[in-house]
Design a protein around this ligand. Structure first.
Ligand code: BG6
Length: 487
């Protein structure tokens, strides 16, 4: 498929996300010949840069992080970049006028507005872009997560954006959906016959979804104090993973069928409210400890240009929840979710723990377990029982059937953002969140946030480099289960 010329306008284009993820992803796409020669990338920020300044900044900050094997390709990429200074409050219309000048005459091209900015800017940006006459029928808008900070703000933002763009033009990004292994989950489930018949409460004891990071939050206090693990990770990434594990088989692999099934899962989540919140959720905040062999400060002492506030004391850097999907397939199967900063290892995985055989004729058998490893080393592992060789009594041993993607498939694995940006450019929203999905996710998260807020107590401390507060172990331990330790 020949790529069509497009104009990609990145609001917040000089920010962290743009420099670390979007521009490298675009460079890779360019290098692979997936951008049309005419395609332009126009960064918008308050920065007061001209095109040359911006190209210089990208040359200095991005070039080192991508493979530049020939300078011509890199120069070609830099040549696509432009910068426009704007003031979102609309006080100074010159930036918008300049952007309108650049886009004028190119109305037939695909036009993508990528909002890599805080959610409260989404509505105002769309209004200003509309006022400047920039929103064409072929325009799309990409919204970064988190979309709002609760259900009511999400509804408002969706209304504001929806007043300017039609739903088919709106791409709400959750970069986890662009990860290769996450997409592979659908293939594993729906392109193989053997799993689906046992993918239910008759055969599955429980599911664990873990996204553990070793990083802390240095320099992110301004954002993180108002987010916390529940808004930053659970509302989006973890719930999306849960949807892919729990959804019914869609009838087609298309934009609406898959999203229809995902939203049904979110709507089937059993509400966790009031007094149950303490029983089914755990929140923690890291204190000083050791991470990767070095002493690291606690959340409150992370270096930052703002001092910790009351919010900092109350924000969670770890969250664990026992969720339940109330439908025929999953009744009674707990879905344990957990995510945290400053965990012992970087590890994202989905663990499906099967029940034991209905009737065991061998002593020492243990139930099967399927581990879907998302990162760092993508793979799938199924623990099966085997007989240890030997002539004496039958001795059993769980052994792994193991698939490593890196060993099986050679070649570069594209980053999530690359895949998703190309999907936006070609107009494929399947891997983006629809309005009803985001709202259903907030509807489930809201009562938990409310209860945590009204308690006013700080999260439980856990030393950096450990797997969260003790209560997280009790959450699964109460029913005789344990968290899967990788390895
Ligand atoms: C982002 C969160 O959405 O995901 C960050 O805002 C988090 O806090 C990041 O570190 C994790 O993404 P990945 O791809 O590194 O697992």
């Amino acid at each position: 498929e020949t790529p069509q010329p497009a104009d990609l306008i990145v609001f917040g284009g000089t920010g962290d996300l743009s420099m670390r993820k979007l521009l490298p992803a675009l460079y890779h796409a360019d290098r692979d010949g997936r951008l049309a020669p005419e395609t332009r990338v126009i960064a918008m920020s308050r920065g007061g840069l001209d095109d040359a300044d911006f190209r210089g900044k990208v040359d200095a900050e991005v070039r080192g992080s991508v493979p530049v094997d020939d300078l011509d390709t890199w120069q070609r990429f830099l040549g696509r970049l432009h910068h426009v200074t704007v003031d979102i409050a609309g006080q100074d219309p010159t930036g918008w006028a300049r952007l309108a000048g650049m886009l004028g005459g190119y109305e037939h091209r695909d036009r993508v507005f990528y909002l890599a900015s805080p959610p409260m800017t989404f509505g105002p940006f769309c209004r200003e872009a509309h006022r400047a006459g920039l929103v064409t029928p072929a325009s799309r808008v990409v919204l970064e997560k988190p979309l709002g900070r609760d259900l009511s703000s999400a509804l408002r933002i969706n209304d504001e954006v929806g007043a300017i763009f039609e739903e088919r033009q709106i791409y709400r990004i959750d970069h986890y959906l662009g990860k290769e292994t996450v997409q592979n989950l659908l293939v594993l489930r729906f392109a193989n016959a053997f799993l689906e018949p046992i993918w239910n409460s008759l055969w599955i004891d429980h599911v664990q979804i873990t996204v553990a990071e070793t990083v802390g939050t240095p320099g992110r206090r301004g954002y993180y104090d108002h987010a916390g693990a529940l808004r930053d990770m659970v509302q989006n990434h973890l719930l999306q993973l849960l949807c892919l594990v729990a959804m019914e088989p869609p009838s087609r692999n298309d934009r609406e069928s898959i999203r229809d099934e995902k939203v049904k899962v979110l709507q089937s989540l059993r509400a966790v409210t009031g007094g149950e919140v303490d029983r089914f959720t755990v929140r923690g905040q890291y204190t000083a400890g050791e991470s990767g062999g070095v002493r690291v400060p606690g959340y409150l002492d992370e270096p930052d240009n703002t001092a910790p506030t009351e919010n900092s004391r109350r924000v969670e850097t770890f969250a664990a929840i026992r969720a339940e999907v109330k439908n025929w397939r999953w009744a009674g199967v707990p879905f344990y979710l957990r995510t945290g900063k400053r965990m012992p290892n970087r590890c994202s995985e989905i663990v499906v723990q099967f029940k034991d055989v209905p009737h065991s004729i061998f002593p020492g058998s243990t139930p099967n377990r399927l581990v879907l490893r998302l990162q760092p080393s993508e793979g799938i592992q199924l623990n099966i029982m085997a007989k240890e060789p030997g002539a004496g009594e039958v001795a059993l041993k769980p052994v792994p059937l193991s698939l490593s993607f890196a060993e099986t498939f050679t070649g570069r694995v594209p980053e999530a953002y690359e895949r998703l940006l190309l999907d936006v450019l070609t107009g494929n929203p399947t891997l983006f969140m629809r309005r009803d999905e985001v709202e259903a996710a907030w509807r489930w998260i809201d009562p938990i946030l409310d209860e945590w807020d009204s308690q006013g107590t700080p999260p439980e401390p856990y030393p950096a480099g450990t797997a969260g507060p003790a209560a997280a172990h009790e959450l699964v331990g109460r029913s005789g289960r344990v968290w899967h330790e990788e390895g």
